[in-house]
Design a protein around this ligand. Structure first.
Ligand code: ADP
Ligand code: ASP
Ligand code: MG
Length: 811
């Protein structure tokens, strides 16, 4: 014999009840079918009774909607010949309920006892309907055999009486018995009670255990027990096997799929549980049994969470070494019927913290302050403190026992993502590590844990990008093209969750379609500013996230600090931050390193060339950088390589701008400002504390050209053409070339124009290329040379892309 339980969604509509009929009628052996109320009805019954009790006359409409929903279902599922009779039964039942509601409205009074009676109508109605839909089924009223006794404010199952009554009731085996879940009655008084919200699962388990069923099937609306709550995490998947212990740990901790007390009766009688999907019956589901062997190498099986958490702390130096303090704490709580689901005490013994539901907090504090009134008065202990609106998360799996370092990995992952752990606990059985955090960090915590324990088939890196000009635009194209490959080959999902241009910004957790992002930003974006970007990004509090700055904006650079301080990595093509005051640069790097995240700016120098990485590798491996000589301006190099009799200075500047090599304002290149910034960044990365003002700058265009507006500059720069042409002709006869060279020697920096001859390594430098010669203690007689494209949207975007990828923890 099997017990099949169908949840609220499974019996919530005409179509779903017809599915249930099919599933049950296809069974070969006798079955007991336990059903919940039609989906959502229990909530509505609580709601309508509260309306009535508060004197709100709209309770009538709400009640009528409940009646109508049931009648519609009857009309849709009950065969014509039985319909009138079933309609009468349901109408009478709900008529009775409507009268009770009327009484509550008139008296404006509602007791727990009456509420318990009211909510029982949901399962009474649903079981009557389903019993008439399934061929050859009989319907039993569960209140007759599921018996409870009061305990504090709850009702607990009186197993002794219940088991005897079940055996009696089910003595004659039927092909199909349908009964309502959740509902019960008091052993002594027969007053209607229930097993608690979600309790239909428990009813089914009690029946299965009492009658030694071969299996307990929980039919619901998902394919099985998933690695985490699918409503919070998108890439969860079904766990095919769980041990009873794992299932207990997972559902006790809030996973909704099974009502927690359900596991014990099945475990006790060794009855396997299968979770199945009514809407996808061929899916294998999750099998829960006493088999504790596991075929997965994953350290944890699943994650579970409760958002209703209040942490209560009892503290006092007077607790240290005193026997019986914890006994008194838990005795006081138990006396008041308060359930504790996490306990944490440090070895110092001067405080004990434990987690309860928010609604139990006031009572718990009162009970503890009464219990310890004398100690509080003597100053040996403090008043109990309640911290509300927290969440509890648990990671679960029998494999944890075998794998060291799980707790380290868990807390490391949380730390890197800026998630604060307020309290934690690990049982000695090592199948569960639980911790308490802020409610607002819950989603992020679940996501990062799911990600870092490889529960996900792939990892996600969430990207916010600002600046959709040449570099940003090209980067988005590259990401779009590369996304499928990264997913297939590296298990990395690059999810672009925010894009901002100069006017508008668009954010979505699900990721923006990079085929249509331009139109989408135009249509749905909101007006943006760096502050808005910061607030949105921090507000979304999304896990594994990186902010990518493809602008040249000083204002955008000011938000890095807040982002890094909140564990959002930063990748900057923008040079402002890394070349700003040394203190600022050093602070940003230090925040990133303390928080275990990254602040990367490889493309600040030499576009996509691996310069910063190389310098870092040299230094990290113990080398010392003594000297650097470099051509770092793709724009200037392009200009000097392009100058000819036809291409005057002013013309080549325009050409550089049009080719996308120059900064938006080319004077930043011509004044050497851009090269100075790059040299500063390089020198800092090489270990020298330098400021832009320390760089000796030898200008090759008189300073007055840089003072007016950009328009003035374009209008007057032609004046320099003749002088440059003369200079060029002389160099041509001397076989020399002009190079704008940046030099750093033991921390002393300078930039300026040099004439180099054919033997000089800087002579052959084509187009807009860059070159960097690094002399170190190891690379001494022959400096290391890095050379190649130093500008251009494509290579710069690729460099930014590489920085982004290096942040992802690729498998
Ligand atoms: P029923 O009404 O069938 O009893 P429940 O609502 O009690 O169903 O439980 C199923 C729901 O539990 C799913 O629809 C899903 O949204 C939610 N859920 C939460 N955590 C998990 C999890 N780890 N695995 C599967 N479902 C989960
Ligand atoms: N109908 C009850 C509830 O909604 C019991 C159940 O669905 O399991 O809580
Ligand atoms: Mg349920």
């Amino acid at each position: 014999m099997k017990v099949l339980k169908f949840g609220g969604t499974s019996v919530g509509s005409i179509e779903s009840i017809l599915e249930v009929k099919k599933i049950v009628e296809a069974q070969q052996e006798p079955v007991i079918v336990v059903v919940s109320a039609l989906g959502g009805i229990t909530d509505q019954l609580y709601h309508v009774s509260n309306l009535a009790a508060s004197g709100d006359p709209t309770y009538i409409d709400a009640m009528q909607a409940i009646v109508k929903r049931h009648i519609d279902v009857v009309n849709g599922v009950v065969p014509a010949e039985k319909r009138t009779q079933v309609t009468t039964t349901i109408t009478d039942l709900l008529e009775e309920l409507t009268n009770i509601m009327k009484g509550i409205f008139l008296l404006q009074d509602l007791t727990q006892k009456i509420t318990d009676s009211i909510v029982s109508y949901g399962e009474r109605a649903s079981s009557s309907i389903v019993g008439q839909v399934i061929d050859n089924a009989v319907t039993y009223d569960s209140r007759k055999f599921i018996k409870t006794v009061p305990q504090f404010t709850k009702h607990i199952v009186d197993f002794h009486t219940t088991n005897a009554l079940i055996k009696q009731q089910f003595a004659n085996e039927q092909k199909v018995v349908v009964c309502g879940g959740f509902i019960s009655s008091d052993t002594r008084t027969n007053v209607v009670t229930n097993l608690g919200r979600g309790g239909s699962d428990y009813t089914a388990a009690i029946l299965a255990a009492a009658l030694k069923a071969s299996v307990l099937e929980i039919w619901t609306d998902v394919d099985g027990f998933m690695t985490a709550d699918p409503r919070i995490i998108s890439n969860t998947y079904v766990i095919d096997k769980l041990s009873f212990i794992e299932a207990m740990e997972l559902c006790n901790f809030g996973a909704k799929v099974i009502y927690p007390p359900t596991i014990y009766p099945a475990y006790h009688k060794n009855i396997p549980i299968r979770i199945k999907n009514t809407f996808n019956p061929s899916a294998p589901g999750t099998y829960i049994s006493n088999d504790r062997t596991t075929d997965t190498v994953k350290a944890i099986k699943g994650i579970s969470s409760i958002n209703d958490t209040c942490l209560i702390t009892v503290q006092g130096l007077g607790m240290v070494g005193v026997i019986g303090v914890n006994y008194r704490i838990f005795k006081a709580l138990a006396k008041n019927g308060i359930s504790v689901f996490l306990v944490s005490q440090a070895a110092s013994e001067n405080n004990t913290s434990f987690a309860v539901k928010n609604s139990d907090a006031d009572l718990a504090v009162k009970a503890l302050d009464e219990e310890f009134a004398r100690e509080i008065e003597l100053g040996e202990m403090n008043h109990a403190v309640a911290e509300r609106d927290l969440a509890t998360v648990a990671i679960v799996g029998e494999n944890m026992k075998r794998i060291p370092g799980i707790a380290g990995k868990l807390f490391g992952t949380l730390g890197r993502n800026g998630i604060n752990v307020i309290a934690c606990a690990q049982g000695a059985s090592e199948t569960n590590i639980s911790f308490v955090t802020d409610l607002k960090s819950l989603r992020k915590a679940l996501n990062v844990i799911h990600d870092s324990f490889f529960l996900s088939d792939y990892q996600v890196l969430n990207v916010f990008l600002t600046g959709t000009g040449t570099v940003g635009g090209s980067l988005l194209d590259q990401i779009r093209q590369q996304q499928p490959k990264l997913m297939a080959k590296k298990g990395l999902k690059l999810n672009v969750v925010g894009i901002a241009n100069a006017e508008k910004a668009l954010f979505t957790r699900e990721g923006i379609d990079l085929e249509t992002y331009k139109e989408e930003i135009e249509a749905k974006g909101k007006p943006t500013s760096p502050q808005l970007l910061r607030d949105e990004i921090l507000g979304m509090n999304i896990f594994n996230s990186v902010f990518v700055d493809c602008t040249a904006s000083p204002e955008v650079a000011t938000i890095y600090k807040d982002l890094l301080s909140n564990n959002v990595s930063v990748v900057a093509a923008n040079k402002i931050a890394a070349s700003s005051e040394y203190e600022n640069y050093a602070e940003l790097k230090s925040i990133a390193s303390k928080r275990g995240i990254k602040f990367l700016f490889e493309t600040n120098v030499g576009a996509g060339l691996p310069i910063m990485n190389t310098i870092n590798n040299l230094i990290n491996s113990g080398d010392r950088i003594l000297k650097m000589e470099a051509v770092l301006s793709g724009t200037l190099n392009y200009i000097f390589n392009t100058l000819s009799a036809e291409n005057t200075l002013s013309k080549t500047i325009r050409m550089a701008k049009e080719a996308g090599y120059s900064e938006p304002d080319p004077r930043i290149d011509l004044s050497g400002k851009d090269v100075i910034r790059k040299l500063i960044i390089l020198s800092r990365e090489a270990g020298y504390r330098v400021e832009q003002s320390d760089v000796e700058c030898n200008l090759f265009i008189p300073e007055n050209y840089f003072k007016g507006s950009l328009e003035d500059f374009w209008n007057t720069i032609g004046e320099m053409d003749a002088q440059f042409e003369q200079h060029r002709q002389r160099l041509e006869t001397e076989h020399k070339r002009l190079r704008f060279v940046a030099t750093m020697e033991e921390g002393k920096c300078s930039v300026g124009l040099q004439e180099v001859d054919q033997r000089h390594p800087l002579y052959d430098l084509e187009g807009s290329n860059n070159i960097l010669m690094i002399t170190t203690e190891r690379y001494n007689d022959y400096p290391m040379i890095i050379k190649g494209y130093g500008a251009g949207a494509g290579v710069t975007a690729a460099g930014v892309f590489a920085d982004i990828i290096s942040i992802a923890n690729i498998r």
